[in-house]
Ligand binder design. Sequence first.
Ligand code: ADP
Length: 522
Amino acid sequence: MSIPAAAKPYILAVDIGTTSTKTLLVSREGRVMASHAVEYPLYTPAADRAEQDPLDIFRAVLQGVGIVMRKLDARPGDIVCASFSSAMHSLLAVSADTTPLTPCITWADNRSARVADELKASGVGTAIYGRTGTPIHPMSPLTKLMWFREQQPELLQRAFKWIGIKEFVFAKLFGRYVVDYPLASATGLFRLERLDWDEEALQLAGVTRGQLSEPVPAVYRLEGMKSEYAEAMGLDPNTPFVVGASDGALANLGVGATQPGVIAVTIGTSGAVRGIAPRPAIDPQGRLFCYALLENQWVIGGPINNGGIMLRWVRDRLATLEAEEGRRRGMDPYDYLTELAAEVPAGSEGLLFLPLLSGERAPYWNANARGVFFGLSLYHDKKHMIRAVLEGVMLRIHSVAAALQELAGPAAEIRASGGFARSVFWRQMLADVLGARLGVPDAIESSALGAAMLGLLAMGEIADLRQTADWVQLEAVHEPNENDHRTYKQLTSIYESVYHQLKDQFDAISAFQALSHRHASS
Ligand code: ADP
């Protein structure tokens, strides 16, 4: 006897990430009842490669679902639906029987850097960005396909399909090739206004429409899974699978940043700023991405390379003695370093840091940018430097948030997540730099939680995502300090002008570095 939908207690949410696949069972009230993460390797056979085995990931999905089902002793019929999140920009080729012909090439793979540079420099690149909303960058499937066109033209043509990792999982489970608008819109091949593949981009990429998946809305449902896989996961084969969206878009839902005026800031190793707009908005200056989510919800924002990794650099390279002192005191070295930084006033007494150590994505998209301490004097010591680095990361976030607000209107509230949010001090600094109220949601797996919300919407169990507003509780709220905000405003304008004046010099120093490395290794 089948269980009526309203009596099914759990939504299954799956988030296919770059390091692991996370699986949650979420109650109808938005409580995470069980969770599990299955990790897999990221292969870097050359400096510019970052690949995964698609079958590892498929197995991780089966395994993760099986484990959470068993953790709660859930019956196959207990699941309202499964709903999926996944990392953006992945690409692999498969044969007609869904056998992978290439590894899964992740967003972090840089093989198409030159192709991307050339396309970006041409008017064609600008026009394609204007229609697709995906910055021309080696992360995008468009430039990866162009690389295959150049390097392996025979494979490009022969492949039955060119797909992303989530499409691969669905093709294995259901024998269907579908891609949600949100993930399609991050390929660089998808025309936002028409919600369809862009003919000119397809031509450049050298693939036919038939070699790509069928684009469908995020709430589209697949049913009738192959029974062997249903059995492996402990699911009823008729469990609806909601195709879902990208991890970035869903993270906005999972932290409660679903309306214009609230922006989500995530700072882990890297970082991202994202807001929601009621219609697509393309940045005329090419600083931001614009991706689809739902009919009247579009995600606009930008990623940064130099997020929490900057504090890690301080801990491991710049302030090693201080980090050691923290450990000696039985503290997390990050906590000790932020305590030292707190001894210095806002603005680090005139020391400014441009944390561009690994080049930068939004808003400058400048791979040659490098780090700069500016204003250093005999007076400054280590704690000024530590504080300047922490402030520098927030100034990076500010420059993306400012571009976002130019495009999508003012934001009065921030939702903060990621490792940096473990520091009360660093969170307050973000509120002060942006001059906005900052809330820290209690959700840990925000993309998976967002997928669960979307699942309920897709099943018609809720009419509007606002009905899940109480799923997200705020653990802490920070109000901006007006004095510090004024200080940071001054610093922000110095920061922007230093960056722009150094643009050509960044090219020179990065070329010089490349040459020095070559000399050193020859
Ligand atoms: P990932 O992006 O790899 O998942 P996390 O979200 O765990 O990483 O974030 C890691 C970063 O969070 C670290 O590099 C560091 O900058 C920051 N971080 C972690 N713990 C603290 C802390 N106690 N205080 C300040 N920053 C912290």
